[in-house]
Every structure is written in structure tokens, then in C-alpha cells.
Design a protein around this ligand. Structure first.
Ligand code: SAH
Length: 185
């Protein structure tokens, strides 16, 4: 097991630095709550909006983040509806951990088109120096499609406004990949 090299570890290293002073954070796919907990621990001033379409995922996240519940909105809805819940505010950071709930049904996964539309929506709400972290799993069919489509789509982002980085493990087959988007200051 790597200590700093895999995409999840790299995303956490980048997030740790960028969320320190954040005030609004989105966990677009809270799942078992691991990322929500990480964000709550590393962003002491932030309010966090945690989305998932599965009740079990929301329950797992609530249980995992009890200590921080006064700073978290748990939302059982698709991330595509983000604008229903966030009014007139900029977003400092958003995380996506795509695919299926590890402990749940593998047939309920994120969807490439919905993910791309939500990334576009959040991108337009990003504060200066705001970031979006997207972890994806090209080892399963839906994940491979998301990887390909996001790779092509994010290439088109205006580089005067956004910087888009990609990270993967070059000599591992189908390892998780990270897309990192930063808005200029
Ligand atoms: N970050 C999580 C793992 C996420 S797994 C953790 O730390 O444990 C991916 C999650 O995305 C699943 O729980 C799935 O239910 C959720 N999901 C799929 N489509 C979604 C959508 N449109 N909006 C919000 N969540 C979605």
C-alpha cells in the first residue's frame, strides 16, 4: 500500500492545503462519509454540504461525522440539484468520489453526463482559488466512461480562468485517477 502516491492520498494532500480557510465546501458523493469527515477535520471554518442519492449513504455519513454535525447539511438528493440547496454563495472546494458505494449495490453508480453537468455547475460557482477534486475508477465500465468523458471535457476549460491537472499511477492498470481543477485567484 502506498503512503502518499495513490490518487486518494494525493487528493487529500492537495485538499488539506486548500481547504484550511474555506467557508463553503461540497462533498458531491458522500458515500460512507470518509471524505466528509476528512473535510470537516481539515476545514475548521467551513460549512459542508454532503450529497448522496442513497439513504444508507447519508445515514453512514451522519454516523461517521456526528462530532461535526452542526457544520454539515446532509442532503439525500442528486448533486445535479445543488442550486436548490446553495443560494447566492461561492464555493471554495468540492469533492467527487465517483463510482458505487463500496458496501452497497454496485449497480447504483455515478453517471458520466450527470457528473459533467454538476462539475460545470460548481465550476461556475467557484470562488477565486476554489478547487474541485474528482476521483474516478476506470476499472469498471461506468467508471471508464466517466474517465474518458471527463478527460475530454475538462480539456476545453478556459485556461485563463481554470487550471486542470490529471494524476494517475502510470504503471498500475486501472488504478483510481484524480482530476484537479483550480480557479485562478
Ligand atoms: N466518498 C465516499 C465514497 C463515494 S462512493 C466515501 O468516502 O465513502 C459514490 C457515491 O456516489 C455512492 O454512495 C452513490 O450513491 C453516490 N451517487 C451516485 N450518483 C449520485 C448523484 N447523482 N448525486 C449524489 N450522489 C450520487
Amino acid at each position: 500500500m502506498q503512503t502518499v502516491s495513490n490518487s486518494i492520498q494525493v487528493s487529500h494532500l492537495l485538499l488539506q492545503k486548500t481547504v484550511k480557510n474555506a467557508s463553503v465546501i461540497i462533498d458531491a458523493t458522500c458515500g460512507n462519509g470518509n471524505d466528509t469527515l476528512f473535510l470537516a477535520q481539515n476545514a475548521p471554518f467551513a460549512h459542508i454540504y454532503a450529497f448522496d442519492i442513497q439513504h444508507t449513504a447519508i445515514e453512514n455519513t451522519i454516523a461517521k461525522t456526528k462530532e461535526y454535525e452542526n457544520r454539515i447539511n446532509y442532503i439525500c438528493d442528486s448533486h445535479i440539484n445543488i442550486k436548490k440547496y446553495i443560494n447566492n454563495t461561492f464555493i471554495n472546494a468540492a469533492t467527487f468520489n465517483l463510482g458505487y458505494l463500496p458496501s452497497g449495490s454496485h449497480s447504483i453508480t455515478t453517471d458520466a453526463t450527470t457528473t459533467i453537468n454538476t462539475v460545470d455547475c460548481i465550476k461556475n460557482l467557484l470562488a477565486p482559488n476554489g478547487v474541485i477534486s474528482i476521483l474516478m475508477y476506470p476499472g469498471h465500465n461506468a467508471g471508464a466512461k466517466e474517465y474518458k468523458q471527463l478527460f475530454e471535457h475538462t480539456r476545453t476549460f478556459d485556461n485563463h480562468i481554470f487550471t486542470v491537472g490529471w494524476y494517475c499511477l502510470h504503471n498500475h492498470t486501472n488504478a483510481p485517477a484524480l482530476c484537479w481543477i483550480e480557479k485562478q485567484g
